[in-house]
Write a new protein. Structure first.
Lengths: 112, 114
């Protein structure tokens, strides 16, 4: 199985400051069809997960442009340009290239 | 608008089975697969499998093979996830999601307790 390793696991942030989460996969996430099925999800307290980013760098509809995704192959990053209070929660990376699909352990973002 | 509405909370005894439903609306059901994801209390997300809504093809992780079955009813645009031989560590919130997670259900709490 592809292992997804996130860092850090806990991220205290200052409102208005940038934040960054890294995710590394144990093997390349480039699919045979040429796409990289790598996603980022946000889970606010008490809510269902919400997808923020699909195929590495594409924002889902309604996702604020302060969220951006980048990376390739095995190394990926989620950046928040200016953290807002509503960004508190857990963030998970997920790969959908190889069966079984797998999630990272999650990163807890909290306000410092 | 796309919605996935799941069935209500369940309390089950160890060794029994649970079947969770996920009714889709707002899109053409057979055009997307359905994923199932669970989250144990205080833990992260675990992918449980995927089913094609067009042909019923499934893919399950090895750790759930033989215990989980995913099905769909295209006449009612509903997906189902059945988990058998329940254990206490199956206690979790179970989510359905469209395809690679662009829409999610509200979650169904399944508690396994004697």
């Amino acid at each position: 199985d592809v292992v997804m390793t996130q860092s850090p696991l806990s991220l205290p942030v200052i409102l208005g400051q940038p934040a960054s989460i890294s995710c590394r996969s144990s093997q390349s996430l480039v699919h045979s069809d040429g796409n990289t099925y790598f996603n980022w999800f946000q889970q606010r307290p008490g809510q269902s997960p919400r997808r923020l980013i699909y195929k590495v760098s594409n924002r889902d509809p309604g996702v604020p442009d302060r969220f951006s995704g980048s990376g390739s192959g095995t190394d990926f990053t989620l950046k928040i340009s200016r953290v807002e209070a509503e960004d508190v929660g857990f963030y998970y990376c997920m790969q959908g290239t190889h069966w079984p699909w797998t999630f990272g352990q999650g990163t807890k973002v909290e306000i410092k | 608008q796309v919605q996935l509405v799941q069935s209500g909370a369940e309390v089950k005894k160890p060794g029994t089975s649970v079947k969770v439903s996920c009714k889709a609306s707002g899109y053409t059901f057979i055009s997307y697969g359905i994923s199932w994801v669970r989250q144990a209390p205080g833990q992260g997300l675990e992918w449980m499998g995927w089913i094609s809504a067009s042909n019923g093809m499934t893919n399950y992780p090895q750790n759930l093979q033989g215990r989980v079955t995913m099905t769909t009813d295209t006449s009612t645009s509903t997906a189902y996830m059945e988990l058998r031989s329940l254990r206490s560590d199956d206690t979790a919130v179970y989510y359905c999601a469209r395809a690679l997670g662009d829409y999610w259900g509200q979650g169904t709490l399944v508690t396994v307790s004697s």
